[in-house]
Design a protein around this ligand. Structure first.
Ligand SMILES: Cc1cc2nc3c(=O)[nH]c(=O)nc-3n(C[C@H](O)[C@H](O)[C@H](O)COP(=O)(O)OP(=O)(O)OC[C@H]3O[C@@H](n4cnc5c(N)ncnc54)[C@H](O)[C@@H]3O)c2cc1C
Length: 293
């Protein structure tokens, strides 16, 4: 299938991109890596009249890491650039690890961080990371109004985000990783490079006596958006870290989620998968805390 006809405009700057999109109206769309938008156009699920290409806007593809470990990634930064960033790996190693599971390397070499976040696929790795890492997303409109949206409020449904048609995602800010915390990332897909059926990202921070000070569990592929099941996270706090707790948390996750059923797996299969991957990701996080501690 071929996309319907459209006009192509290359933006030179953030201001240029915003002025152009507001001038062209609601039928125009930003184009970043084109790795989601163009396939959607090819199957006629999206038919913009104009594409405003932001891939070459240098201001949108910057990575900054502060001394305290706060990471800011420009929206048009290539996924592959983040995956290979030594500065990010040093302060937030789960991010490159999760990105390495996105499609294949040519896709990550075109696909951008912002494009994946705005596309908002509930099985995607980057929205999962944004949610798990308590990220904040900064946006701007043509009249100069800026907003900062918590990842918790950004993903509102399958392929739906809290962004207006003329609003540009500028960057994503990830707070410093909590000192001494361990992480786990587990994903299951039918073939290497396929979208996850379920992916789980965990974080554990322990008190000196081995009980959990803070535990996070984020899941992709288990509902209309990435999720942080509050009951399972609450269950971890104050408890002794170890297999018994992780099995209980996995069972709680399976009970909390409302996954769909399709040719890749039934609801029951997805619940069981979410439980096992949660257990494994928590065990990985625990191992990392012990290694680093
Ligand atoms: C074969 C294949 C396999 C894939 N496998 C995976 C996978 O396993 N996991 C995964 O997560 N993804 C996967 N993807 C999708 C890939 O990660 C895309 O790159 C990503 O979802 C979209 O990023 P993009 O930069 O290509 O955005 P585009 O496709 O250019 O844009 C996507 C949407 O975001 C909007 N947009 C882009 N940037 C901005 C911005 N800064 N501000 C406002 N709106 C913006 C566009 O208007 C469009 O609506 C796969 C893609 C392909 C083709």
């Amino acid at each position: 299938m071929k996309p319907p006809p459209f006009e192509y405009v290359r933006a030179e700057s953030i201001d240029d991109a915003l002025a152009t999109i507001s001038e062209l109206g609601d039928d125009a769309k930003f184009l970043a890596g084109g790795q989601s938008l163009v396939p959607l156009m090819a199957v006629r699920l999206s038919w913009p009249t104009h594409l405003v290409d932001i891939a070459g806007v240098a201001e949108l593809s910057r990575i900054a890491v502060t001394d305290s470990g706060v990471v800011t990634i420009g929206a048009a930064t290539l996924q592959r650039t983040v995956e290979r960033s030594a500065a990010i790996a040093a302060v937030c190693p789960v991010l490159p690890e999760a990105i390495s599971h996105i499609g294949h390397f040519p896709i990550r070499n075109r696909g951008t961080v912002g494009g994946s976040l705005v596309h908002g696929d509930p099985a995607s790795e980057l929205p999962l990371c944004a949610l798990a890492l308590d990220a904040q997303l900064r946006t701007r409109r043509a009249d100069g109004r800026e907003r900062v949206v918590d990842a918790r409020d950004f993903f509102v449904g399958p392929l739906m985000t809290d962004l207006e048609a003329d609003e540009l995602l500028l960057d994503v800010r990830i707070p410093a990783w909590p000192s001494g915390a361990g992480w786990g990332f587990q994903e299951f897909s039918r073939r290497s490079g396929d979208f996850a059926i379920i992916a789980v990202l965990t974080m554990l921070r322990l008190a000196p006596n081995g009980t959990v000070d803070e535990g996070r569990i984020a899941i992709a592929g288990a509902g209309p958006t990435p999720l942080r099941p509050p009951e399972a996270e609450a269950m971890l706090a104050g408890e002794r870290a170890g297999e018994t707790l992780f099995v209980r948390a996995g069972a709680q996750v399976a009970e909390s989620i409302e996954p769909h059923s399709d040719i890749h797996g039934s609801v029951r299969f997805r619940r069981q998968l979410a439980a096992s991957l949660t257990e494994r990701a928590l065990a990985d996080a625990h191992r990392r805390v012990q290694l680093d501690g």
